[in-house]
Design a protein around this ligand. Structure first.
Ligand SMILES: O=C1O[C@H](COP(=O)(O)O)[C@@H](O)[C@H](O)[C@H]1O
Length: 260
């Protein structure tokens, strides 16, 4: 069972990123209080990285016990370590270099100069094995039940590196390689929909009018092969966190204004 989405609309991208960062602090603190440690899946892209920068800039970040936090990635561009296009590089610059995370609990997807060399299939399997090792009996599956899994979204409705109509959308394995992605770079690693669906909470975060059609379709009954974001749902909660541009084509009555 997954949760139907709730939609929150913010005035602009800055308010959206700030509010998502505040929401993330609250969620992590609550989970750490209840269960000891929390697990979060990061996303790349413009808004995803802006959320991390807002978190780094917020005084509230000190409420998080950074040593009791596992950080994963939903997808990665398969490029050499440190490449500015890698989602990991952006996340480190925006947040991880500024907070006392436990390096052993930061789990970037492998780079193309990593242990598997330039073999994205092997790198994807390696990441799947890492997730399997981190999953506990109560997760009832091959991946942890992430507390929050954040997703940016493209104008084509892709999430993570799950692009419309591509084979990864039919794949049952937890993590797979993607070749020939329509958005550069063409070679990527991505969590698949079954892994996304295992998260307790999924947050789709999108800004700008170029995303408005994809948001509308993502909230419809569209199939996930044509509209990947329509398949992105959390077990307990699904949030669409939007700015006014991305919310411009919502069906009437759906939006809840978070910062007018
Ligand atoms: O390529 C990617 O794009 C999406 C969305 O990026 P945005 O810049 O349009 O917000 C991102 O979520 C994904 O992680 C990334 O690899």
């Amino acid at each position: 069972m997954s949760a139907p989405p709730a939609v929150l609309v913010h005035h602009d991208q800055t308010m959206l990123a700030r509010s998502a960062a505040a929401r993330l602090v609250t969620r992590i603190v609550d989970v750490q209080a209840a269960r000891g440690s929390a697990s979060i899946v990061l996303t790349g892209g413009g808004v995803g990285t802006a959320v991390l920068a807002e978190l780094a800039a917020s005084r509230a970040r000190d409420a998080i016990d950074w040593g009791r936090l596992d950080l994963w990635w939903g997808d990665e561009r398969f490029l050499p370590s440190g490449d500015p296009e890698r989602n990991e590089t952006g996340a480190r610059a925006a947040l991880l270099d500024h907070v006392p995370v436990d390096p052993a609990r930061v789990h970037p997807m492998p780079a193309s100069d990593g242990p598997d060399g330039n073999d994205p299939e092997a790198a994807a399997e390696r990441y799947a094995a890492l997730l399997r090792a981190a999953s506990r009996p109560e997760d009832h599956g091959p991946v942890p039940s992430f507390d929050v899994l954040m997703l940016g979204m493209g104008p084509d409705a892709h999430v993570a590196s799950l692009f419309p109509e591509m084979p990864a959308l039919y794949d049952e394995r937890p993590v797979v390689a993607v070749r020939g992605a329509p958005k550069p770079p063409p070679t990527r690693i991505t969590m698949t929909l079954p892994t996304i669906l295992a998260a307790r909470e999924v947050w789709v975060i999108a800004a700008g009018e170029s995303k408005a059609d994809a948001v509308r379709l993502g909230l419809s009954e569209a199939g996930p092969v044509q509209v990947p974001v329509a398949g992105a749902r959390g077990r307990q909660r699904t949030l669409f966190l939007l700015d006014r541009g991305a919310a411009a084509k919502l069906p009437p009555g759906l939006e809840r204004i978070a910062s007018p």
